[in-house]
Ligand binder design. Structure first.
Ligand SMILES: [Zn+2]
Ligand SMILES: [Zn+2]
Length: 264
C-alpha cells in the first residue's frame, strides 16, 4: 500500500496518508490561487480514514474559506496543509505540494480555468474545464469510491418533417409512425386519414402540430389547431382529431408511467 508523508515549511506539523489519492486536479480558482500564492493548487481528495497527523496538530490554525470548506494551515510558518468539508467530513482535500514522495497517480486536468491567472499559460495538454470537471463530485472522489460509470451522451438526433413522413405508413396496428424513443419517451408522427379511430391513451401525451389544420375534440369542446399548436392530453382522457386537412401531420410525444387508461 502506498504511504505518503507530508509536512509544513517549519516542519512543526507532519502528516501521513495511507493508500492511493483520488483524482488529481490543478485548481485555478481564485481561492486556491490566493491560498497558495501560486498560479494554481494541485490537489486530490482522500478519505479522512486514510489521513493522520504525525505531529504538530496543536500548531494548526483554521480558516473557513467558504460556507463548508475549512482550510487548515501551520500558524508558525503559514504552510497550507489540508482542507476539510463541514458537509462531507469523511473526506479531506490534500495539496500535493507538501508531500515528501511522489504519489502513484498524476494530475488529470485543470479545473476552474475560467478563473485562471491571466499571466499563466497552460501548456501540458491536459483537459481544461471552465469550472468543475463535469461534476463537483468528481473533485471530491477518493480512490476507495466505487468506479464511476462513464456516461457517454448519445449523439444528438435530428429528424426533419419530410424525413419523418417518408418513414410512413405506420406499421400494422399503429396509428402513428414511431420516430424516436429514449427512456419512457416515445416520439411518433401522426398523419390521420379517413375516420380517426383513436382511443384514450394509457400514458400522458403532448401533440405538436407539424403541418395542416384540424379540430381537436376533447370530449366536450372543439379547438382549432394550426401548425405549431400544442396540445396536452392526460392518460385516459378521450380525444380525437376531426376535420383535418389532407396534409395534417402532428408530432406526438408519449412519456411517463402507464396509467392504465384511468382518469386520475
Ligand atoms: Zn509550520
Ligand atoms: Zn480551487
Amino acid at each position: 500500500m502506498q504511504v505518503l508523508t507530508g509536512r509544513c515549511l517549519c516542519e512543526g506539523v507532519a502528516y501521513e496518508i495511507r493508500g492511493e489519492l483520488g483524482p488529481i486536479f490543478n485548481c485555478h480558482c481564485s481561492n486556491c490561487r490566493r491560498w497558495h500564492g501560486a498560479a494554481f493548487r494541485t490537489r486530490a481528495t482522500i478519505q479522512a480514514s486514510q489521513f493522520s497527523w504525525i505531529r504538530g496538530e496543536e500548531l494548526l490554525a483554521r480558516h473557513h474559506s467558504s460556507e463548508f470548506v475549512v482550510k487548515h494551515f501551520c500558524r508558525v510558518c503559514g504552510s497550507n496543509l489540508i482542507s476539510t468539508y463541514d458537509n462531507d467530513p469523511a473526506r479531506i482535500g490534500i495539496p500535493l505540494g507538501g508531500l515528501d514522495q511522489a504519489p502513484t497517480n498524476r494530475p488529470e486536468g485543470h479545473i476552474w480555468v475560467g478563473s485562471k491567472a491571466p499571466w499563466y499559460e497552460i501548456t501540458d495538454g491536459l483537459p481544461e474545464y471552465e469550472t468543475w470537471p463535469g461534476s463537483h463530485a468528481k473533485v471530491r472522489e477518493t480512490s476507495s469510491d466505487p468506479p464511476r460509470q462513464v456516461v457517454t451522451a448519445p449523439p444528438a438526433v435530428h429528424v426533419g418533417l419530410a424525413e419523418a413522413l417518408r418513414k410512413g405508413p405506420p406499421p400494422g396496428g399503429n396509428l402513428a409512425v414511431p420516430i424516436f424513443a429514449r427512456g419512457s419517451l416515445v416520439v411518433a408522427l401522426y398523419t390521420p386519414e379517413g375516420t380517426y379511430p383513436q382511443k384514450p391513451h394509457t400514458r400522458d401525451e403532448v401533440y405538436l402540430v407539424a403541418r395542416g389544420t384540424a379540430a381537436f375534440f376533447d370530449g366536450e369542446r372543439r379547438t382549432a389547431l394550426e401548425p405549431g399548436s400544442f396540445v396536452f392530453v392526460a392518460a385516459g382522457q378521450p380525444h380525437r382529431f376531426e376535420d383535418f386537412s389532407s396534409d395534417f401531420a402532428t408530432w406526438v410525444f408519449s412519456y411517463g408511467p402507464e396509467r392504465g387508461g384511468s382518469i386520475p
